[in-house]
Design a protein. Structure first.
Length: 111
């Protein structure tokens, strides 16, 4: 179970991603595709094509973290959207990481 800092935002990249990517390439995806700052302290989720694996990319003051999870059964249920990325409520992140559908997701507002 993750304990998240107050005010953290969670963004999910809605398209399947090659999860062999590591810190530098995921950071570049955050900049290029999500149009966010990877050093901003927000969480970024990426899933594989099959939907049974997810990586969470996060920067905190001392460095980057990557969390990687594979479900035994089922898939991670990202909301259906035509947007490239979606913002997820931090409270819904636990549901998503358990493979349960989340109730509220919205396309992020452009800065």
């Amino acid at each position: 179970m993750l304990t998240l800092p107050r005010g953290i935002r969670v963004f999910a990249y809605a398209q399947p991603t090659d999860l062999r990517r590591s810190f530098d390439r995921l950071g570049a995806m955050v900049r290029e595709h999500l149009r966010q700052d990877p050093l901003g302290g927000d969480l970024y989720l990426f899933r594989n094509r099959a939907g049974d694996r997810v990586k969470v990319f996060w920067h905190e003051p001392s460095g980057f973290w990557i969390f990687y999870k594979r479900l035994h059964r089922g898939v991670f249920r990202f909301p259906d959207t035509s947007a490239t990325s979606i913002e997820i409520e931090a409270a819904d992140l636990a549901f998503l990481l358990q493979g349960m559908p989340i109730s509220a997701a919205k396309a992020p507002a452009r800065p």
